[in-house]
Design a protein around this ligand. Structure first.
Ligand code: TXA
Ligand code: MG
Length: 373
């Protein structure tokens, strides 16, 4: 007899199921929870066992710290965060305090994560030993219902195996981690579709963009009244300020290659060079997917098909070239590519990098290798 492994139950977010989810968390379990950005793999920050389970379930290296999700409050203040023993308010410059509170009032609840000096009560397991903690107040009503039931912080990375595409539906979470967790709360497709924007108030008293995400950088800068410093990503774990910003991340399982210029800007000779390069990578290939982040790729696909003789599967993230729509479709499109018969993904570039296109470009770059053309 073979034993079938248990699979996560996808539970409708009824009051009884929210209570059930809360009781699982109190028993040190970790579960799938919907947010407006992507689905999270949540555990109570007070449970060391739950936090280590998050790392093992995700196969995530311990040096990569977690975001703490907090309950909604109409007018959150640093004083409140400090009374809840999440942050160390004394380490925050008085001038910066006003700016941080403006950001919280404008963008919380929502896709903004603030990295602030941590309270000593926050476990080093959550922050990977860093002196700061990442805090986010999610706006998804199911996550908030759960937080209200518990009145405690929930640490939650995206609910995917490390280095893989983030999940935007309960079904995606089940496909990633289904045999490793007991429950996933159903919350529909994530409305934003890319992870939160992470900014840090640093010891040098600067605001730095650690990860572009579901809240446009320009909107944050408007409120701050000055530009955010940008942190370049790195392939060296010891060099990164935000350890989740390693170069290779968000990758589909199959090969993906990105172009530096859109196909419409390539001459026939250049396009032929691209095709011969792709065929070198995959001599047996007979079908490839072409992903275009904004606008139609009908013409590009037909040129590519003529030059290559391959069948082209078209992926268009937003025909209207809307950054919001493109973000919402991004991870679903990468997953669909993985499930499709295409063996290679060719990605057209994003430009200009305004609004959420900055985050879309960031994720696509991490998901692929560049062709120098
Ligand atoms: O939208 C989101 O943020 C989702 C949902 C579930 O809320 N969560 C998410 O978590 O994307 P995760 O673990 O996949 O990404 C967290 C990012 C990583 O890049 C991590 O390195 C960074 O936040 N981070 C967390 N704590 C930090 C800290 N103390 N200092 C610097 N970076 C930190
Ligand atoms: Mg992640």
């Amino acid at each position: 007899m073979t034993l079938k492994s248990l699979e996560a139950i996808i539970a409708e977010p009824s009051p009884e199921n929210i209570r059930l989810a809360a009781s699982l968390l109190k028993k040190d379990e970790v579960i799938g929870i919907p947010t407006e950005t992507v689905y999270g793999l949540g555990g109570l920050i007070s449970s060391e066992l739950a936090i280590s389970r998050i790392f093992s379930v995700k196969e995530r290296p311990r040096f990569d710290p977690l975001i703490v999700h907090i309950p909604e409050l109409a007018k959150p203040s640093l004083r409140w965060l400090s009374e809840r023993k999440w942050i160390d308010i004394e380490s925050i410059d008085k001038n910066a305090q006003a700016s941080i509170e403006k950001l919280m009032h404008t963008f919380w609840p929502g896709p903004l994560t603030l990295v602030l000096p941590k309270h000593s009560r926050i476990s080093d397991l959550v922050t990977s030993g860093l002196g700061s903690v990442a805090l986010r107040m999610p706006s998804h009503p199911v996550f908030q219902a759960l937080l209200n039931e518990l009145n405690e912080g929930i640490a939650a990375p995206s609910a995917n195996r490390f280095g893989r595409v983030s999940p935007v539906t309960a079904g995606d979470v089940k496909a990633e981690l289904g045999t490793r967790i007991p429950m996933i709360l159903e919350g529909g497709q994530s409305a934003i579709g890319v992870e939160s924007t992470v900014i840090e108030y640093s010891l040098e008293k600067e605001f730095r963009l650690l990860r572009p995400g579901g809240l446009a950088r320009e909107r944050i800068e408007m409120i701050l009244g000055r530009p955010l410093l940008h942190v370049e990503s790195s392939s060296r774990p010891d060099r990164v300020l935000s350890p989740g910003m390693l170069d290779s991340h968000y990758a589909p399982e199959k090969q993906s290659i990105r172009l530096i210029r859109p196909i419409r800007a390539l001459s026939d000779a250049e396009l032929k060079w691209v095709v011969s390069h792709l065929k070198q990578l995959q001599p047996e290939m007979n079908r490839l997917s072409l992903l275009t982040p904004h606008g139609s790729n009908a013409e590009a696909a037909s040129r590519l098909q003529t030059v290559s003789g391959l069948e082209i599967q078209r992926i268009e993230l937003s025909l209207q070239a809307s950054d919001l729509e493109s973000a919402r479709n991004l991870f679903a499109a990468l997953r669909e590519f993985d499930r499709s018969e295409s063996t290679l993904l060719l990605i057209e570039p994003v430009e200009p990098l305004s609004g959420l296109f900055l985050a879309i470009d960031d994720r696509l770059k991490r998901a692929s290798r560049p062709l120098p053309i």
